[in-house]
Design a protein around this ligand. Structure first.
Ligand code: DHB
Ligand code: FE
Length: 289
């Protein structure tokens, strides 16, 4: 039987990965700021998942802006990294889990979530940064199901639609026939804007409200429309809708394991939250024992 071991919401700002590693030296002045990210990494290693569903966004790297799927899921056995023009070696490919991908596709498409299915797909820093921050060597070989959400080109899907997609994924996972330990990761945010006159916009009050409500009151977060997300959290802060896919997928009742927040990493407010399903809650949600 499948076990949903928990879920993580986390920023994907590229400067985060080196900060989490570098600041492990005890004299680093921001040592404590990055402790929550290291705790999330330790939690994930302890939960020892076989597969990670990573809800992320592409930044015009793998999908050109001529061809932007609203929701795209990978169904491949491996995912190469997209070349983001940084002139560095790209790093190893990620192992896929086609069986789990197809189970999700077969579950959610008949429910009206017409995902674009990608049997070949590259992934950018939206996926690889949280992977570097969260996955240590104990999880070597962990499989990945990438789920890309368009948050870069209008019109983007609403927070409510993202939450409902997550719930449909949760229902699909509940009927997965194989033994598997699965964690769900939603990436992006927190508040930030990288472009235009409001570049550097950060809204800590909004971020703290988001971290609080996503635990027990996520529906309230689906009440903001996309223009409001951009207005409050910044044009790239609107990436936070991907945390709502994660939150929908993990079930109605959850417990917060830990959370953390630091400002700024690069020009971005960075946050992390770790959630576990309240025991028995997932079975109740699908009408089980
Ligand atoms: C940064 C933030 C992002 O969300 C991103 O995709 C790239 C860079 C940043 O703050 O540097
Ligand atoms: Fe981003």
């Amino acid at each position: 039987m499948v076990e949903i071991v928990g879920a993580i919401g986390i920023s994907h700002v590229p400067a985060l990965a080196p900060m989490v590693e570098e600041s492990s030296s005890s004299d680093h002045e921001r040592f404590n700021d990055f402790e929550p990210f290291r705790s999330a990494r330790a939690w994930l290693a302890e939960k020892n998942p076989d597969a990670l569903i990573v809800v992320y966004n592409d930044h015009g790297a793998a999908f050109s802006l001529d061809l932007v799927p609203t929701f795209a899921i990978g169904a491949a056995a491996r995912y190469e990294r997209a070349d983001e023009g940084l002139g560095r070696e790209l790093g190893p490919a990620f192992a896929g889990d086609p069986e789990l991908s197809w189970h999700i596709i077969d579950g959610v498409v008949p429910e009206g979530f017409d995902l674009t299915v990608c049997q070949r797909m590259e992934v950018d820093h939206g996926l690889s940064v949280p992977f570097s921050v969260l996955v240590d060597e104990r999880l070597d070989g962990v499989r990945v199901v990438p789920l890309a959400v368009n948050v870069v080109q209008q019109p983007t899907p609403s927070a409510e639609r993202c939450f409902e997609l997550g719930r449909a994924i949760g229902r699909a996972l509940a009927s997965y026939p194989d033994e598997a330990r699965i964690a769900i990761i939603g990436t992006g945010g927190m508040s930030h804007q990288l472009q235009g006159p409001r570049a550097g916009h950060i809204n800590s009050e909004f971020d703290r409200m988001f971290l609080e409500r996503i635990v027990h009151d996520p529906e309230r977060l689906t009440g903001f429309n996309n223009a409001e997300y951009i207005d409050l959290a910044g044009s790239e802060g609107a990436e936070l809708v991907m945390w709502l896919v994660m939150r929908g997928a993990i079930g109605d009742r959850v417990d917060e394991v830990m959370s953390g927040y630091t400002v700024p990493v690069s020009n971005t407010a960075a946050g992390v939250i770790v959630l576990e399903p309240t025991s028995g809650a997932l079975l109740e949600a699908v009408g089980g024992a």
